[in-house]
Ligand binder design. Structure first.
Ligand SMILES: *Cc1c(COP(=O)(O)O)cnc(C)c1O
Length: 397
């Protein structure tokens, strides 16, 4: 590290990669972490340099703070470049906007993160761009949905809330045969457990808000592109004035350094708790592709090297009051949106109203859990007491 480290083609393990990626201590007098540059105006030494240009021109266009995280993520993903924006949703919006044209068409999985669907139904629709929501389990059948004006195929795996696993290989192969750009929301797996660009995907999109930041204290979106997709992403980012603030970038970079060790813990605890839930009479099904019983398990095992802390479960039939009795008095699980921080969270969900191609008809109430870094035995005890309250309030078992 006394010289500028670059991961290059070295086969370092994931723990080493998140620690070493993008670090250049000797650029900062040897300090381990880069300084946080707050700035709009960047001064030039003279008129001649204003004409020829210099590395940093204006706060919106880039800074050493932005660059250090961009370089780190580009190395981790094996990409051509990365852009940072203010939220995961902004990263998704940037990705769509970079590839669509008037009267175009995009393909989006029916189980996509709901705000991504909302973006297609509002902004893209207004621009004359139509969306087909495909069955995430369509596989090679996606070829039949590709139109002459299809400009982007969007993937999310596993699907938001319901965790279906698409056949990424079959879908990407069909898209590539028609020269369609492919982007993937890979927030769940992080580049530690799945590297989209290694699988022929052109653009990897993340809500950095989740595991990258990792402490529920900042919003962040990141977009990493391969060489084919880099120009459109870079230019649309620049034209749109999308930025992320230096303090949030610093928090994301700090989160990155511990992401491997945190993810190992999230994975192990989530699998332990998911298996425990599978054995409970109150639980009808657990939706987690890392479980051997999950319909997506084989595809997950083929493509992913790990699983994170987020999964769902379907309870046996029961009244809404019983769901509230379960959730309201949990001691360690907070009730709140987002996930990826160090703490455990729970939400009830129902995505049946906005799916359009596939049906979500659970046999009982659906819950999504984020398993945090607490001791898993304590989390199990908390859930066990919750399931007791569920039964007492009339929930099935
Ligand atoms: C949370 C989330 C987003 C959006 O991220 P924000 O930073 O909240 O805008 C996008 N995709 C997935 C899968 C998410 O879970």
């Amino acid at each position: 590290m006394s010289k500028d480290a670059t991961l290059g083609n070295k086969h370092y393990g994931p723990g080493t990669r998140v620690v070493a990626a993008g670090r250049k201590p000797m650029d900062h007098h040897g300090f381990v972490n880069p300084p946080v540059y707050h700035g709009s105006t960047v001064l030039y030494p003279d008129v001649a340099t204003m004409k020829t240009g210099q590395k940093y021109a204006y706060g919106r266009r880039g800074s050493p703070t932005m660059e250090s995280l961009e370089v780190a993520l580009t190395e981790l993903e094996g990409g051509r470049g990365t852009k940072l924006v203010g939220s995961g949703l902004a990263a998704i919006a940037l990705t769509f906007l970079s590839f669509v044209r008037a009267n175009g068409h995009v393909l989006v999985p029916d189980n996509v993160y709901q705000p991504s669907r909302h973006y297609c139904e509002t902004v893209l629709k207004r621009l004359g761009i139509s969306t087909t929501y495909y069955d995430p389990l369509i596989g090679a059948g996606i070829a039949d949905l590709i139109q002459d004006n299809t400009q982007l195929l969007f993937l999310e795996a596993p699907g938001s809330q319901t965790f279906e696993m698409p056949d990424i290989e079959a879908i990407v192969t069909a898209a590539k045969a028609r020269d369609v750009t492919v982007a993937m929301d890979n927030t769940w797996a992080t580049p530690l457990f799945f590297r989209p660009l290694d699988h022929g995907i052109d653009v990897a999109v993340y809500a950095g808000t989740k595991y990258l930041v990792g402490h529920s204290d900042a919003m962040m979106g990141t977009v990493t592109a391969n060489a084919d997709a880099w120009r459109p992403i870079h230019d649309t980012w620049g034209a749109s004035g999308l930025v992320s603030g230096p303090d949030d970038i610093y928090l994301a970079q700090r989160g990155l350094r511990t992401m491997d060790i945190r993810l190992q813990r999230h994975m192990a605890s989530a699998l332990t708790i998911a298996r425990w839930l599978e054995g409970r009479g109150e639980v009808s099904r657990v939706l987690h592709p890392g479980l051997e019983s999950d319909p997506g398990h084989e595809l997950w095992k083929r493509d992913f090297s790990g699983s994170s802390g987020l999964f769902s479960l379907i309870l046996k039939p029961g009244p809404q009051e019983a769901v509230a009795a379960l959730l309201d008095n949990l001691e360690l699980f907070g009730l709140g949106y987002s996930w990826g921080g160090y703490e455990s969270l729970a939400i009830p969900f129902d995505c049946s109203s906005y799916r359009s191609t596939t049906k979500f008809e659970p046999e009982g109430p659906a819950l999504r859990l984020h398993i945090g870094l607490e001791d898993p035995d304590d989390l199990i005890a908390d859930l066990e007491a919750g399931l007791d309250r569920w039964r007492e309030a009339g929930g099935g078992s």
